[in-house]
Design a binder for this molecule. Structure first.
Ligand code: GRF
Length: 191
């Protein structure tokens, strides 16, 4: 009998290229996780449409007008209904409340486009270039109440080359993200 796979829910707000990488990796029979729900705060997110096309269960709700507590309560219900065990944030552009983090203590992962603890927050690539750093990169970390502050589970370095702009560096880091996230998520659920 095939071993049981850990049920992962992915939250996104945009194009969803990391979600795609996680889903594609999950199709390997040896992958220890399966993606059972893709959820979004942006009903028009391109990533949601891709997941729907793949036959993956999706959920979306805009928090606009209903407020964060009601939005997060509905999201919790969707995640519990889908029997999600681990959450992977993949370009989810909304701050998660402390209550939500506490409910999933240690069970939410995120990918961030910098070598944490450097450059938490936004504009990571521009800040790395402006600082004259020789390398940028990405990190997968556990989500805690502190923004981009939880335990780092894995990182990839990407060289910054002369002439790099935030856009050219972001494109190379994104390729590294697509390799790193599936590997670290698989290690995390299997541990
Ligand atoms: C990625 O750069 C990720 O590191 C950051 O948001 C971006 C999401 O891109 N958290 P995508 O939606 O996965 O293509």
């Amino acid at each position: 009998m095939a071993p049981r796979k850990v049920r992962v829910g992915i939250l996104l707000s945009g194009r969803g290229s990391n979600m795609t990488a996680l889903v594609e990796a999950s199709r390997d029979p040896a992958c220890p996780y399966e993606v059972v729900l893709v959820a979004s705060d942006k009903p028009a997110a391109p990533g949601l449409a891709w997941a729907m096309d793949q036959g993956i269960a999706t959920w979306s709700l805009s928090p606009k007008g209903i407020g964060k507590p009601a939005y997060e309560a509905a999201l919790q219900t969707a995640l519990r209904d889908a029997q999600v065990e681990t959450i992977a944030l993949a370009g989810y552009m909304r701050l998660i409340s402390d209550t939500f983090v506490a409910a999933w203590r240690g069970g939410i992962l995120n990918i961030h486009p910098s070598l944490l603890p450097k450059y938490k927050g936004l504009d990571t690539h521009a800040r790395a270039i402006a600082a004259g750093d020789p390398v940028g990169g990405c990190s997968v970390h556990i989500v805690t109440e502190e923004l981009d502050g939880g335990e780092v589970l894995g990182q990839s370095e990407v060289a910054i080359v002369p002439g790099d702009t935030a856009e050219t560096l972001a494109a190379r880091v994104l390729e590294a993200e697509h390799r790193l996230y599936p590997r670290i998520l698989a290690e995390f659920v299997a541990r």
